[in-house]
Write a protein that binds this ligand. Structure first.
Ligand code: G3H
Length: 532
């Protein structure tokens, strides 16, 4: 792995530092002249004969005042439900979103390149992250049109007419994770804005410069104050915003410690809606009759895609004791056969870790497991460079080990055996997490009762395949500490809105008013107009 430091960067992937000195508040790109933070990639390059992390540029280190300015802009744009954006016709809001996505598409190359440098995601996955996000925006627009069409009518029950729609909630504070700095952040921000809310968005610590090419697109596509973008530390920027009590929705994908801390700062917690995607420890359960080659291939993708830095990653493998030896051998060989390299290199599966202290953390997990009786099954497991640690397959793992207890979010794989299926089921029931499971096996007599139990322990049972979020039209959620609310193209629109309606008794007086409202098209809410 040491050849990494001397690898030449192909010209098309070279980057020059971006001194990002603007932030977006109230429709203005404010020029920042205060303190800044440097942004580094852990990808090593040579500068003046010295090899080290690559400086990618800098971002504003904003303070409380700028954070509160952004909040004021969002609060004023929402104007307690009376603002232009929350009261706008759905078709007009959709037009703004279409303008935005068209502008965004022109920035693909820049953003994909920054994804590779900032978070070291390989080229195909970086392209997929961008394309999937664009598709998500189009799907959101289509779903919102459908939702609007379905609401373009009156109901009548017990002599009362009702015109029911979904309305916005208010001001949304939106915080995304570093592993999907574009896709997951936008999976929150886009539906939030689409439904008529206004937003303050702070990009993740890693994967922040890639928002730069989109600042103008946001500024030009939406009315002032609808989308406000701030940079800096969560503690400095997000905490004062929460303390004001003016945030109606906390939308966060990240860890529960930050979510709980922010939530606790809101003075009226009952007013705060939470849309959270948090930690998980998704298990793979491999039954004795499983197709082992398929299980190995899916477990490789599940445990080590993007180095295991996915909330949906398989983070613990339970293999039946009768097949453990064969599975372990095949899996360990497959791990060592993975190609490590820089994100743009052909066929690369493992890439540098974007968090400088991650190799050290993974090493601690390995040392702890070894001290408690585990061995590393694969030859390369634990080999370390400045920015990487080769995935170690640890076996046999027990519940006393940190690697069993903690969400590793990185390249290390704990493997346990089981004799009876109750063992993994009991562990899952005891776990703090409940996102997904991968179940490998064939015999339906065994699978049927297992599936019926597993669906009540997690929210997605993946049959003979690794865990994943997509396709984005499917519900993405979790039990216990893994999530609050459900995200999918459709569910996210619901999560960021509330049903609200106009009711009127069925009598000549009211009906005449309703007819006039419809004929004059004066109300954006009371309308049976149909968006095609
Ligand atoms: O980090 C968690 C992501 O939602 C995982 O998404 O399964 O598409 O990688 P993915």
């Amino acid at each position: 792995m040491s050849e990494l430091s001397t690898t030449k960067i192909p010209a098309i992937f070279e980057v020059s530092p971006i001194e990002q000195n603007k932030y977006l508040v109230n429709g203005k790109l404010v020029h920042w002249e205060g303190e800044t933070s440097d942004v580094y990639s852990t990808i090593q390059t040579e500068v003046h004969g010295k090899t080290g992390p690559t400086r990618l540029g800098s971002i504003p280190y904003l303070g409380e005042k700028e954070a509160l300015d952004a909040l004021d802009a969002a609060y004023t744009a929402y104007d307690r439900g009376q603002g232009e954006w929350p009261t706008m016709k759905v078709a007009a809001r959709i037009k703004c979103m279409e303008t935005f996505v068209e502008k965004m598409k022109t920035k693909r190359e820049e953003i994909v390149k920054l994804l590779m440098w900032e978070i070291c995601k390989n080229l195909p996955d970086s392209e997929k992250e961008f394309d999937r996000t664009v598709e998500y925006i189009y799907d959101t627009i289509e779903d919102y049109k459908k939702m609007d069409r379905d609401s373009a009518k009156f109901h009548k029950h017990d002599g009362i007419h009702a015109h029911i729609r979904r309305g916005p909630l208010g001001v949304v504070l939106c915080l995304g994770p570093y592993n999907y700095p574009l896709n997951e952040t936008f999976a929150l921000l886009i539906p939030a804005v689409m439904m008529g809310n206004t937003a303050i968005f702070k990009p993740a610590k890693h994967g922040v410069l890639l928002i730069t090419p989109l600042l103008e697109a946001f500024q030009e596509s939406f009315p002032p104050g609808v989308v406000n973008i701030v940079f800096g530390r969560g503690r400095v920027v997000a905490s004062p915003i929460m303390k004001t009590g003016k945030v109606d929705v906390l939308a966060l994908i990240g860890n529960s410690a930050s979510a709980n801390a922010l939530q606790a700062q809101h003075p009226k917690q009952n007013r705060l809606r939470l849309v959270l995607g948090l930690e998980a420890k998704n298990p793979a359960i491999i039954l004795p009759d499983a197709d082992l080659d398929l299980a190995v291939a899916e477990c490789i993708a599940g445990t080590l895609s993007f180095n295991g830095q996915r909330c949906t990653a398989l983070k613990v493998i339970y293999v039946h004791e009768n097949i453990a030896e064969t599975f372990n051998r095949k899996y360990a060989e497959a791990v060592d056969a993975l190609k490590f390299g820089l994100p743009w290199e052909d066929g690369v599966k493992l890439t540098p870790l974007p968090e400088p202290d991650k190799p050290q953390y993974i090493q601690e997990l390995i040392d702890d497991a070894k001290a408690k009786g585990a061995e590393i099954l694969n030859e390369k497991g634990g080999q370390t460079t400045e920015n990487y640690i080769w995935p170690a397959v640890l076996f046999p793992v027990n519940k006393e080990m940190r690697v069993y207890q903690e969400e590793q979010f990185g390249p290390v794989v704990p493997v346990l055996t089981f004799k009876h299926i109750d063992e993994p089921l009991d562990d899952m029931a005891e776990s703090n997490y409940g996102q997904q499971v991968s179940l490998f096996g064939k015999d339906t007599k065994t699978l049927a009762p297992l599936i019926d139990t597993l669906v009540n322990l997690v929210c997605r049972v993946n049959l003979n395949s690794s865990c994943q979020r997509g396709p984005d039209v499917y519900p993405f959620t979790g039990r216990k500490d893994s999530a609050v609310a459900t995200l999918s193209v459709h569910d996210a629109l619901r999560s960021f809105s509330i049903r609200t309606f106009v009711a009127s008794k069925d009598n000549a007086y009211n009906n005449a008013i309703l007819n006039e409202l419809l004929d004059t098209k004066k109300s954006n809410f009371v309308s049976t107009d149909y968006i095609l």
